[in-house]
Design a protein around this ligand. Structure first.
Ligand SMILES: [Zn+2]
Length: 249
């Protein structure tokens, strides 16, 4: 009977999204759904979206796309990125595939607020994993004051561990977009960032010369540690002094 009712409802022209929106919660169209949902029902004017995934998964491209769309809708947008990330541009957020959007570079999350005013509708934040923990309070404040906040960031670091404030940002997000790259070994969907160089610092800003995307099966978090040991200097006796590298979370 229930099925007949649903079928009948379809025939009346209603979409599945309107009948059972929860079905779409894991769908890529979730962002649009939430946009429509919030604007239609006025639940709250502000919210937090987090775009996460490994390197080369298109996080920044998705952020730029969302901000461009908001601009087409004549919304006032501003995008921030941390000073630490100057790989592609000093004045723009830039994806690996060269999409760009003008950005404000800030040293800390507290530096974001002075750039926001009552006319700001959308706040984009790239490389959110590099921000300090205050970013959580900042984006909460912005969303509570009616801003749409869109963050993009690595969910895990080169060791496969949760990266900086990202776990908390994901926990408080209203919308989450999980992006996938392609594993450079097998071609399956990739969720991990493989560091390829002998460098064990917790943060090493780099691109394809230092990292590649890997699936869980081909992710090797100890590769960088082994490369460091191979590169260790030899002492006067001609033996390699292999010391346990400092591995930070
Ligand atoms: Zn693989």
């Amino acid at each position: 009977m229930q099925h007949l009712l649903l079928l009948s409802t379809f025939k009346r022209g209603l979409t599945l999204q309107r009948i059972c929106p929860i079905v779409f919660l894991t769908d890529q169209r979730l962002g649009k759904f939430m946009t429509d949902h919030f604007s239609r029902h006025k639940i709250t004017p502000g919210w937090i979206e987090v775009i996460c995934g490994c390197m080369f998964s298109g996080k920044t491209s998705e952020l730029i796309k969302q901000v461009h769309r908001a601009e087409l809708a004549r919304l006032n947008c501003i995008v921030f990125k941390p000073k630490i990330d100057n790989r592609y541009s000093e004045t723009e957020v830039a994806s690996h595939d060269q999409n760009t959007f003008p950005s404000v570079i800030v040293e800390s999350s507290d530096d974001i607020i002075p750039h926001i005013d009552r006319n700001t509708d959308v706040v984009g934040i790239d490389e959110a994993q590099f921000f300090d923990d205050r970013i959580v309070d900042i984006v909460t404040l912005l969303a509570d004051s009616g801003k749409r906040v869109v963050l993009a960031g690595l969910d895990t670091d080169w060791q496969g561990k949760p990266f900086g404030p990202m776990p908390t940002l994901l926990a408080i997000a209203d919308v989450i977009h999980k992006q996938y790259a392609i594993c450079m070994v097998c071609g399956d969907p990739a969720t991990r960032t493989q560091r390829l160089v002998a460098q064990n610092d917790s943060i090493l800003v780099g691109s394809s010369e230092s990292y590649e995307a890997r699936c869980r099966n081909h992710f090797d978090p100890l590769l960088s540690v082994r490369l460091t040991q191979v590169a260790a200097p030899q002492d006067e006796m001609g033996t390699k002094s292999i010391t346990e590298p400092t591995v930070q979370a």
